[in-house]
Write a protein that binds this ligand. Structure first.
Ligand code: NAD
Length: 367
């Protein structure tokens, strides 16, 4: 049997630094848990532009379509700010998302106990929080036509169109129900059915899809009420599914309940491939952090947690994903802190590679 394949795209800035730590973790799972991957590495973003004159070479795009999962670091940097829009580093990432048709964006909000003081909310509101927001990523108001700035009489009018087809809603709903089945079997769908027709259709289609998942408890909430409930008592939720616009806002809100940008992973999933695995891109939420690049200060945990998501959602290795998350929890509980995690209570300062090595040691201790 061949090993599952993983394409690694470290990208720019701190991308290669945090990815170097992920490579150590991948090697550990190969050596100690018999989970070997066929790993290949390529360029994306500014470094791809420097070499090929494009932020994503066609050969890299083709590879991304073939592998079982793609793991990306981050793209961008001030040296690329003046490039033409069509070759900006971010265009590489957008091309990957678009051509792989990654319609389901998974953003967990998980609060590690040792970091519960980092939240702007009270400790008891966030301690132990573990929820997942599923955001529709390829349709809705960011893509709907007509769009543009038009002249109407003697003033300009800006237009964007919220548009969803039934099949677009149904496929992201299924992805959220599948996830709920792997978690707490509770799904809350958020829209604005009180004021938007697209919201009425969203609610109807999600309700229809729910008949395929009788074990999952489905609830509906208006997205504005959802924002309030997320800050009031976020632990009432398990999985939330919502559209592109509301998901953009709610996933940022939920993620920051838990503290630092250096801790936040994400996954973007598409339709199942011939082998049953979904097309998948895993990446930390943070950018290339040019202000700290090359200084060994970056927190690698967001990228390592993105690999944990790959273990769980692409490779069905939930137990090993939990083992990796527990190793991270242990290292944080022991007080190890990269600079971004250094709060008023202090801790033991560690570099990017120091954090990676400590997680490896905790993994060793877990055997
Ligand atoms: P950023 O996420 O790169 O950085 C914001 C702040 O958070 C900075 O102070 C940075 O030092 C800190 N930070 C981010 N990740 C960290 C980590 N892992 N450990 C410790 N500190 C961390 O956002 P930005 O500064 O707005 O953007 C910088 C560049 O990244 C831009 O070129 C932007 O376009 C790009 N960007 C890329 C992505 C992506 O690749 N997905 C996402 C956002 C921004």
């Amino acid at each position: 049997m061949t090993n599952p394949s993983l394409l690694i795209l470290p990208g720019d800035g701190i991308g290669p630094e945090v990815m170097a730590e992920v490579r150590k973790i991948i090697d550990w799972f190969g050596a100690k848990r018999g989970l070997a991957f066929d790993v290949s590495e390529d360029l994306v973003g500014g470094c791809a532009y420097d070499k090929h004159g494009t932020p994503l070479h066609d050969d890299t795009m083709a590879k991304a379509q073939e592998v079982d999962a793609v793991l990306l670091g981050a793209v961008g940097g001030p040296q690329y700010d003046n490039l033409d829009f069509s070759v900006k580093p971010e265009r590489g990432l957008l091309r990957l998302r678009k051509e792989m048709d990654l319609f389901s964006n998974l953003r967990p909000a998980q609060c590690f106990d040792a970091l519960s003081d980092f939240s702007s909310l009270k400790k008891d509101v966030v301690a132990g929080l573990d929820i997942m927001i599923v955001r529709e990523l390829t349709s809705g108001v960011y893509f709907g036509e007509p769009r543009g700035i038009f002249k109407e009489g003697n003033e300009r009018v800006g237009i964007n169109t919220q548009r969803y087809t039934e099949s677009e809603i149904a496929r992201v709903a299924r992805s959220a129900f599948d996830l709920a089945m792997k978690r707490g079997k509770k799904l809350c769908s958020m829209e604005k059915a009180n004021v938007m027709e697209s919201g009425i259709l969203w609610r109807e289609v999600v309700t229809e899809v729910s008949k395929e998942y009788p074990e999952v408890e489905l609830s509906h909430m208006y997205a504005d009420a959802g924002a309030m409930q997320l800050t009031r008592w976020p632990k009432q939720f398990d999985v939330i599914v919502t559209d592109n616009l509301f998901g953009d806002l709610l996933s940022d809100l939920a993620a920051m309940l838990t503290g630092s940008l250096g801790m936040l992973p994400s996954a973007s999933l598409g339709a199942p491939m011939a082998n049953g695995r979904p097309k998948a891109l895993y990446e930390p939420v943070h950018g290339s952090a040019p202000d700290i690049a090359g200084q060994g200060k970056a927190n690698p945990i967001a990228c390592i947690l993105s690999f944990a998501m790959a273990l769980r959602y692409s490779f069905d290795q939930g137990e090993d994903a939990a083992r990796l998350e527990a190793a991270i929890e242990k290292v944080l509980a022991d007080g190890l802190r990269t600079a971004d995690l250094m709060g008023p209570e202090g801790g033991t300062p560690v570099s990017t590679s120091g954090m990676g090595d400590a997680i490896l040691a905790a993994l060793d201790a877990s055997l």
